[in-house]
Design a protein around this ligand. Structure first.
Ligand code: BG6
Ligand code: MG
Length: 220
């Protein structure tokens, strides 16, 4: 009989967990912020982790003091940001998948644990394709499939449903506070990285993604 693993499914956030697109988001939003003469720095950027594109723009605009912007203009700005961001994504390749992330994916798969992506991004599939790991996942739930982004649990609940597992049998891996809150709201245990570890309910506070292997070690 095989070993009994603690979780039957792992739902990975993508940006900031399996790959590092944070810098690209930052650079693309910086251009928009400069255009609007809005202050933008790493701290503001951290508030955008895990939240949707339009909600990210709204958060940037909290510091905006210029003429009111119409909804059409906001969509234009978000579209411009996305075009710029996607240009940067096109430079990604399988060499942007870290050895650490690859080892974790291998470990999870080898132990018969199902794997899903639970990402707020509408570009998740493009990123997975660029770094060459789309086929490693049993399910991909992303920003195209949901109406409420993190901290709402919708994307994780959808990923669990796609895996045909209840939340109690899945572990969410997140780097964003909004993502850790979403995991809690959906009834999932959460393994946190970086900012996510500011959230009290995070069960496993990881120093690095590779530490996930210890969390998943079989029950004896
Ligand atoms: C999340 C990122 O994964 O996706 C956020 O952490 C981003 O920073 C969100 O705003 C939406 O991404 P996209 O690619 O749909 O603009
Ligand atoms: Mg993230």
């Amino acid at each position: 009989m095989g070993l009994i693993m603690k979780y039957k499914g792992i739902i990975f956030d993508l940006d900031g967990v399996l790959c590092h697109t944070d810098r690209f988001h930052y650079e693309a939003w910086s251009i928009i912020a400069d255009k609007l003469h809005v202050h933008f720095d790493e701290q503001v950027n951290n508030l955008l982790r895990g939240v949707s594109r339009m909600e990210s723009l709204d958060r940037i605009l909290r510091n905006y003091t210029g003429e009111p912007l119409s909804d059409e203009r906001k969509i234009e700005l978000a579209t411009e940001k996305n075009e710029n961001y996607r240009e940067k994504l096109m430079d990604m390749s399988p060499s942007d998948l870290s050895k650490e992330a690859e080892n974790v994916i291998d470990y999870v798969q080898k132990n018969g644990i199902k794997m899903a992506i639970g990402s707020s991004s509408k570009n998740a599939k493009l990123i997975l394709d660029r770094i060459g790991i789309t086929d490693r996942f049993d399910a991909i739930a992303d920003g195209n499939h949901i109406t409420h982004s993190k901290p709402d649990p919708e994307v994780f609940l959808l990923a669990a449903e796609m895996l045909k597992l209840p939340p109690s049998e899945c572990l969410v891996v997140e780097d964003a506070e909004a993502g850790a809150e979403a995991a809690e709201a959906g009834g999932f245990d959460c393994a946190g990285l970086g900012d996510a570890n500011n959230v009290e309910t995070v069960k496993y506070k990881l120093a690095a993604l590779g530490d996930l292997v210890d969390v998943l070690s079989p029950e004896v």
